[in-house]
Design a protein around this ligand. Structure first.
Ligand code: MTE
Ligand code: MO
Length: 377
């Protein structure tokens, strides 16, 4: 799989874990393009990279559907059967920005689960594929009682004592609102192998974990999947849960991702020489179809906030991030703390303190992002 990594990812990707391969782009490059170039799109893997032959590939659809089927790639890509759609959507790992939290207040788990992402486990692509709702319709719809779709990935999830496939589930309601696509292209190219050639699920506005890669089976169920990735990972524990009482039943299953933003330039501990203004840039994103309505940056650790100029967004941008930059007045010659925060269109914003978001598995770390720089004026 190193050959795959080397030929598909840029050589300056930061390797968060070597095996399974996990990588994020250099921060200053992440904000260069609204659509992230494929070679810089972060990779989050729990196992190896399957080698799937598109000619013999088929997607199995079974469980509580009226007409279980096997669908070849050719059939899925036949516009006479399924209308093809493209959408610009952001994918973010629930572990994004974890490193800021883990250096202050560590949590549990081993490295494999708690990959120490900086702010780069997020990326935006133009996805092409079909809405999963249409595929289920083509299978005669769901039987009564079916409320969730289980998604099976062909890779092996190696963390378990008993290794199994990477399996998650999504609620039918999410699928019904055309917010789950099965995609075969990313930015006009077939999916790179490392991003799940030939087919993957993309679940808009949910944590990346639900966007199952190397998808080979969909099973309709009455309840969420009992597979370990769905039931035992991606849980949001309360503050009292730690090493000795981490029962899965205390965790909330994380679906929609909360509003977040981060400064990608300048970097923490940079020395910046300037003439009274510095340029700060970063990204902002909110899950669940909420969009970044306002981004604010503070030059003084959160006493005063400046609104980032730029277009007001609307519902049509609801699944994509916003890249922003601002010229920030800065008079001090000192160490200063820059911060950013975003308000989404439901006026959700980000907690000020890291302790406010601390949870045992260090997921959805969305505090106001702080970067400390030495300002030379
Ligand atoms: N699907 C499979 N089969 N195996 C995986 O390890 N990782 C998930 C999700 N789908 C994963 C998977 C997680 S946690 C994330 S954040 C996204 O894929 C990352 O997608 P990407 O690697 O294409 O950026
Ligand atoms: Mo993830």
């Amino acid at each position: 799989s190193w050959d795959v990594v080397n030929c598909e990812k840029a050589s300056d990707m930061r390797h968060v874990l070597e095996f399974p391969y996990n990588g994020e782009p250099p921060p200053e490059k992440l904000t260069d393009h609204h659509i992230t170039p494929n070679k810089y799109h972060f990779v989050r893997n729990h196992g190896g990279i399957p080698d799937i032959n598109p000619a013999t590939y088929s997607l199995q659809i079974d469980g509580l559907v009226n007409e279980p089927r096997h669908l070849t790639l050719q059939k899925l890509q036949d516009p006479g059967i399924f209308p093809q759609e493209t959408i610009v959507a952001t994918l973010q790992c629930s572990g994004n920005r974890r490193s800021e939290l883990s250096i202050r207040y560590p949590g549990g788990g081993d490295e494999l689960v708690n990959a120490p992402w900086n702010g780069g486990a997020i990326g935006t692509a133009r996805w092409a594929g079909v809405s999963l709702k249409r595929i289920i319709k083509y299978c005669g719809g769901l039987k009564t009682g079916a409320k969730h779709l289980e998604l099976y990935g062909a890779d092996t999830y190696i963390k378990n004592t008993a290794p199994g496939n990477y399996i998650v589930s999504v609620p039918w309601n999410k699928v019904k609102s055309h917010e789950v696509f099965l995609c075969w292209a990313m930015n006009g190219e077939p999916l790179p192998k490392i991003h799940s050639f030939p087919l993957r699920a993309v679940v808009f506005g949910y944590i990346g974990a639900r966007s199952c890669k190397w998808l080979y089976r969909i099973k309709a169920l009455e309840a969420p999947s009992k597979a370990p990735v769905q039931r035992e990972e991606y849980l949001f524990y309360n503050n009292q849960v730690g090493k000795h009482n981490g029962s899965f039943s205390y965790g909330l299953s994380i679906q929609e991702t909360p509003v977040s933003s981060a400064i990608m330039w300048p970097r923490d501990r940079d020395v910046i020489m300037h003439e009274g203004k510095i340029n700060v840039k970063g990204w902002a994103y909110s899950g669940g179809g909420r969009w970044p309505e306002r981004v604010e940056v503070s030059p003084d650790g959160g006493f005063s906030w400046y609104v980032v100029p730029g277009d007001r967004l609307s519902k049509k941008h609801r699944h994509a991030w916003r890249l922003w930059s601002i010229e920030l007045p800065l008079r001090a010659e000192a160490w200063v703390e820059l911060r950013c925060r975003c308000w989404d269109n439901a006026l959700n914003s980000q907690p000020a303190s890291y302790r406010d978001i601390w949870n045992w598995s260090l997921h959805v770390q969305n505090t106001q992002h702080r970067v400390i720089v030495y300002s030379v004026n």
